[in-house]
Structure formats: C-alpha cells, structure tokens
Design a protein around this ligand. Structure first.
Ligand code: PEP
Ligand code: MN
Length: 337
C-alpha cells in the first residue's frame, strides 16, 4: 500500500502516517519525490484504507496487491482445470452443462436428459432447492429432487450440478451431486462459502446480482482459504438500468477474470438474458470470447415449465447450438468437452 501525501503536507503529517502504519503492523518507508512524498507500507495486513485517507495531509491511498491471494493469477503459474465426469473447465477446455431450471418430476427430468444425452451433454443441471423472489412461488422438490436428478443422471452416465442454499444441506448434497452451485443471491453468504471450503468437490460460484469482480473473487477466496481450490466462477448477468433483458450479460468478465485469476469462468446465458432467442447468440459470443464453459437451461416442454420456461431452449435448439459451439471453439483454441 502506498500513502501519497499532499504537496503541502507537513513533516508532522508524514510522521503521523508513518507511525500509524507502524502501529498497524507495517514497516513504513518514506520516499521524497520532486513534488510529493509517498509513504510505503510494507507488509501483508488487512487494513481499512479509509483510516489513512482521513489523516491530515494525505492525498490518496493506493493498493498495490490484491485483497484476494489464492484466487489471484499471480498465485499460480497455470490455469486451474476442473474435471467433472470427464468434462473439463479451464485452460484450453470449454465444458458444457445443460438441463432444466428446476427438477419437476422423474418423467420430466428423464425426458430432458434423454434428449440432451444425444447432444453429448455429460453434466446435468437442475435445482431442487430454488431461491425464489416470491415465498409463494415453487420452492423446489427438496431432497426428492436431488434423488431424481441423481438417478436420471446415472441412467445416462452424466454428472450432476445443483444449487445449495445453506450450510446445513452440505451432507445431503455430498450424497447426490458432483458440483455444488452457489446461486447469485448467495454469493456473499459467507458462512456457506466457509463451509464449502472444507469439502472436496467442485463449486460453481455465481456472480452476485450487483457484485464487482473484486467482491466475486473475494467470495472465491473464502472457499479457497478453507482448502477447497476447485472453484468455477459463473457470470450470469448483472443488474443494470436495462429492463428489456432479465439481466445484462457482462462478457467483459471473461477477459477480466482471466487476467486477474487462474480460476475457470463459465457463462450462464439463460439467467443473463431471460429470453430463449437471446441464449444461442450470447452463448456463441461467450465461446468466441474464450469462456471455459457454459451452463444452459433446456426443457422439453418449456411452455409448461414450472420455472424459467421462457429462457429455456428446446432440446433441438440446444443441439443446433452445440454444433455451432464445436465450430467456434477451435478458432479460439478451445476444446469442447
Ligand atoms: C439457477 O441457476 O437456477 C439460478 C437460480 O441462477 P442464479 O443464482 O444465477 O439466479
Ligand atoms: Mn432458472
């Protein structure tokens, strides 16, 4: 951290900053430039920058290292690759996940998985515990839903991803799923993040509705600091003033996250756009931008879906999209698995 002093800062101001840094456990080194004095804080400590910004004579405080350490690109030489059921996410791999928004019944799940298996889908998505805006909306089938998705996935040789809502559900989820999904609304459920840091299964961490890249990476850091390095980031659209689409898909997240972190980043074009006819174009754009995977809602009968039918592709549309993804991916040096 660098504390840049005002051009008219006094010796007393500079000494005050230096001793305050020392009192916080840093070593303080003062350097006199032609115009300004800069006090360098040496050491790794978590401090509130504002405490320094408020001191007399201080112009600004500049952070030189990131608050996230394990998630940071500099912490490891290579991109993290996460392998689930032979599907890889990260580095040169682009993994695909598809399935309904929510598990409705065995028959519904089986019909969708049957269709998706013909398009080479190896990881099936489906919520059993749904974070709904309205308490009166369908909340998911609960454990029964997890049983259904597991047995259907086993029938087709698929892996399972499903959303977990609270720490007390972890033991249950460990029995049924291969990837635990943290929904956008829970990105900063720090108790949940900490507990998921203790497990040995991959976690998909969705970006919060209004989360900055740094906040998102700090949430990944919570999981990783507990010992679980298998974190996949998922951009699912953010809140903006635009109401035409459900959210605004921030595709810039792909190159930004790749610069800041070694973790894989996948895209959820379904929740990002909220409109079926926007899902394929944005999926292709995401692949072209170098995403490490996609998670896409697909339903065999979207008009009758309990949840998110309007943003769910028909299986035929998914297949068409899959064929195009396979053409685009190699152009950007990606292998689709
Ligand atoms: C979901 O994937 O089913 C979901 C609820 O997504 P999000 O948390 O991104 O809204
Ligand atoms: Mn959904």
């Amino acid at each position: 951290m660098l504390v840049v002093m005002n051009h008219n800062a006094t010796e007393e101001d500079i000494n005050r900053v230096a001793s305050y840094l020392v009192s916080k456990g840093f070593e303080a080194r003062v350097s006199h430039g032609e115009v300004r004095v800069v006090v360098h804080a040496i050491g790794v400590k978590e401090v509130d920058q504002r405490d320094f910004e408020l001191l007399p004579g201080v112009l600004e405080v500049i952070r030189v290292t990131t608050a996230y350490k394990l998630a940071a690109r500099v912490s490891q030489g290579q991109d993290t690759v996460i392998d689930v059921n032979g599907v890889k996410f990260g580095d040169k791999y682009c993994g695909l996940i598809a399935g309904p928004c929510t598990i409705e019944s065995y028959e519904q799940t089986d019909e969708i998985a049957d269709a998706l298996s013909k398009s080479n889908v190896k990881i099936l998505r489906g919520g059993a515990f749904k974070p709904r805006t309205s308490p009166y909306a369908f909340q998911g089938l609960g454990e029964e839903g997890l049983k259904i998705i597991r047995s259907v996935a086993d029938k087709y040789g698929m892996g399972v991803i499903s959303e977990i809502m609270e720490p007390s559900q972890i033991d249950m989820f460990m029995d049924y799923v291969d990837i635990l999904q943290i929904g956008a609304r829970n990105m900063q459920n720090f108790n949940l993040l900490k507990e998921l840091g203790k497990i040995n299964k991959p976690v998909v961490l969705k970006r919060g509705l209004s989360a900055t890249y740094e906040e998102w990476l700090m949430s990944a850091e919570y999981i990783m600091s507990g010992g679980n390095n298998q974190v996949i980031l998922c951009e699912r659209g953010i809140r903006t003033f635009e109401k035409y689409t459900r959210n605004t898909l921030d595709l810039t997240a792909i190159p930004v996250i790749k610069k800041l972190s070694h973790l894989p980043i996948i895209i959820d074009p379904s929740h990002a756009t909220g409109l079926r006819d926007k899902v394929s174009p944005m999926s292709l754009a995401a692949v072209a931008a170098g995403c490490d995977g996609l998670i896409i809602e697909v339903h065999s009968n979207p008009d009758c879906a309990i949840c998110d039918g309007a943003q769910s592709l028909y299986p035929e549309q998914y297949d068409e999209l899959y064929q195009k993804i396979k053409q685009i991916a190699p152009i950007v040096g990606k292998v689709v698995l």
